[in-house]
Write a protein that binds this ligand. Structure first.
Ligand code: SF4
Ligand code: SF4
Length: 166
């Protein structure tokens, strides 16, 4: 079935009703309360429990809480974590028993902020924090190494420290 297209009237062909209608919408919104956030001048207030970028933490004694068990590397769905396990770490206080990663990298371009690494970590050494805007001028800048992850993660105030004398 062919539907005949109704010819435009002279008034419609001037397009004035459409233009005036459009202006009416613009003016109506101009005086409404603004809902668009002027990012980055305005910053979002991150709610409690938000799952942002994962960072490593130290305990109150300044020890890297991670013991390099590699569970987080194993569970990470997009394989964003890469851990280089430690070699022997002779330490007069702890002997050779204290473990910490030699290198720990998280590729923030791969991370999907799922939180599995935080959930699986037996040492409470990695936490999803509140950072949601990670920027870099090239891809390598978004592969965070251990030093950077620890600096961003800071100290975790915990009753249990990594190493305590009896
Ligand atoms: S939050 Fe998820 S994707 Fe990101 S590093 Fe942890 S396990 Fe991997
Ligand atoms: S962050 Fe936690 S789960 Fe990952 S290697 Fe370190 S101790 Fe293991």
């Amino acid at each position: 079935m062919i539907v005949e297209r109704k010819p435009l009237t002279l008034w419609e062909r001037l397009y004035l009703p459409a233009i005036i209608g459009g202006f009416k919408v613009t003016v109506r919104h101009f005086f409404k309360r603004k809902v668009t956030m002027q990012y980055p001048e305005e910053k979002w207030v991150v709610p409690e429990g938000y799952r942002g970028a994962p960072y490593l933490v130290k305990d109150q004694a300044g020890r890297t809480k991670c013991v390099s068990c590699q569970l987080c590397e194993f569970v990470c769905p997009p394989k964003a974590i890469q851990i280089t396990p430690p070699g022997p770490q002779p330490n007069p206080e702890t002997g050779n028993v204290e473990k910490a990663p030699k290198e720990f990298e998280i590729n923030m371009l791969r991370c999907i902020y799922c939180g599995y690494c935080q959930e699986v970590c037996p040492e409470e050494a990695i936490f999803l924090m509140r950072d949601y805007a990670l920027i870099g001028s090239h891809r390598d800048e978004l592969i965070f190494n251990q030093e950077k992850l620890l600096a961003l993660g800071g100290t975790h105030q915990d009753t249990i420290q990594k190493w305590q004398h009896k």
